[in-house]
Design a protein around this ligand. Structure first.
Ligand SMILES: Nc1ncnc2c1ncn2[C@@H]1O[C@H](COP(=O)(O)OP(=O)(O)O)[C@@H](O)[C@H]1O
Ligand SMILES: [Mg+2]
Length: 283
């Protein structure tokens, strides 16, 4: 179980969201784990602007992710997808705009470490597992990097942590490889291990940037099953170009273009949107 956020990360909400249209986005039936998600919104981005030397990577980007939702983000290269994840994880500070995790955690005021500890896990495109260590050791290490105040308090729960690692090994289908050096895994298995390294930290929001790039068809299919099984218990934001994959997992798709939301809806809705066809899908 994730610990409550430490007090210094709790900041007053900048707005009163009561009665806003965001209420309908997600069913807030999750165990709260200390994060305030009473309006069913786990992530709020409003009017986010990011510029690099005058070039606008994000322009008034506004986007909400519901609790337990599996959201796919699509859009042409350079649309700002990775920059958006950089803003959410504190790697890039927006010039202005609102970024909240739950109702009370202001992401623009938190460090990257605080954001990770508060329950946002991110997987980059390139797997970064420790090749010389075993699969199990990689998961163990990932679990211990959560150096929150509470981690030390929970240190005695080794049995629980062990169980969680076993559970994750099963989820990512690497039970049989638990003692193998991670360097001997296939590319796809390394990707699954890295997802496992996020899962042992029990993040409430998972950010996944092009997770099936370079995977075989079978691995892509398994990833789709895996993500669907993680949704509801976790909220997922998945950036992906593989439309077959997107179609197999997404209930809701956001199309980014030139740093803003161009369209949002079911995959079918956005695929039939003239502007989306124009800038991204082609004719
Ligand atoms: N650190 C940076 N410095 C300058 N330009 C950047 C930086 N990061 C991203 N960009 C630019 O911002 C735009 C959006 O990039 P990115 O978020 O990586 O798009 P996507 O992930 O959708 O392909 C691109 O034009 C990219 O060149
Ligand atoms: Mg990118």
């Amino acid at each position: 179980m994730r610990a409550a956020p430490v007090p210094e990360m709790m900041v007053a909400p900048a707005f009163d969201p009561a009665g806003s249209s965001r209420d309908a986005i997600g069913a807030s039936t999750l165990a709260n784990k200390g994060l305030n998600i009473r309006h069913g919104t786990i992530l709020t981005l409003e009017d986010i602007n990011v510029s690099f030397d005058g070039f606008k990577a994000l322009t008034n980007l506004t986007l909400y992710i519901g609790v337990g939702e599996l959201r796919c983000i699509i859009g042409p290269n350079g649309a700002g997808k990775t920059t958006m994840m950089d803003v959410i994880t504190g790697k890039t500070r927006p010039d202005n705009g609102v970024a909240y995790f739950g109702e009370t955690l202001d992401l623009t005021q938190m460090s990257e470490v605080q954001i990770a500890q508060s329950g946002i896990g991110r997987k980059f495109q390139k797997p970064t597992v420790f090749e010389a260590l075993s699969v199990f050791e990689n998961l163990e290490l990932a679990q211990k990097t959560n150096k929150s105040v509470w981690a030390s308090l929970r240190a005695k729960l080794t049995g629980e942590q062990q169980d969680r690692i076993d559970e994750v090994l099963h989820t990512i289908k690497l039970d049989a490889s638990r003692n193998r050096p991670a360097g001997l895994l296939s590319h796809g298995q390394k990707q699954f291990l890295e997802i496992g390294m996020l899962l042992v930290q029990d993040p409430q929001l998972l950010l996944l940037d092009e997770p099936v790039a370079g995977m075989t068809d079978a691995e892509t299919e398994f990833t789709a099953e895996l993500f669907k099984s993680l949704a509801r218990k976790h909220s997922l934001m998945v950036v992906e170009h593989d439309m077959g994959f997107v179609g197999s997992i997404a209930d809701h798709v956001t199309v980014l273009h030139q740093g803003s939301v161009l369209a949002e809806g079911s995959l079918e809705q956005v695929q039939n949107d003239e502007r989306v066809i124009e800038v991204y899908l082609g004719r």
